[in-house]
Write a protein that binds this ligand. Sequence first.
Ligand code: ADE
Length: 225
Amino acid sequence: MLQFDILTIFPEMFSGYLNESIIGRAQKKKLVKINTHNFRDYATDKHRTVDDSPYGGGPGMVLKVEPIYRCLQKITRAKKKRCKIILLTPQGKTFNQPMARRYSKLDQIVLICGRYEGFDERVRKLVDEQVSVGDYVLTGGELPAMTIVDVVTRLVPGVVGREASLTEETFAKKGYIEYPQYTRPEMFKCKVRRQKTKTFKVPAVLLSGDHRKIKEWRAKQAKKR
Ligand code: ADE
């Protein structure tokens, strides 16, 4: 079973998202295990300090290296065969579907969430990879960690009902964007931004019942975008 260990000072942020829907079910079915660890519990002073002012001066606070190190030591003690320690940072390699596929074959994924103005540079020495979810700066690594858990979990065999959902979807093949989908009603009338009423119809081919034609149409649409 793939195990995620998330290091964060806000473990409460994770329960709402990860315990619902597909990811929640994957945990109940024991296809994945998701642990959160508050590295504040690994601070040794009486105030349980996790950050401090930067050497050399400057604004803000910097996450300390020792609580993160101590937490990692404990988590990685029971040596899992294939384990990756990942630091979430906007300076990392941008996360994508091929990376997710590689991660989905591991036994353990450790995700370290940064916070505040940053972390002590020596935290980078403790990890295997540094990963970003995009070229923008979030207030912390929690949303990126949830993103990675979500994307990787749905690639674990048995998590998504129909395997075809995974092989036919966007990014399943290089440069592949999924074909457009429609469901009832056949005709949808609407008025967008006070303009004239418009009618949007489902493409006739999808209603034809001709499976060869539908397949051709989908293949063409998928390539077009
Ligand atoms: N922490 C803050 N911004 C981030 C980003 N874009 N990716 C990963 N971790 C982050």
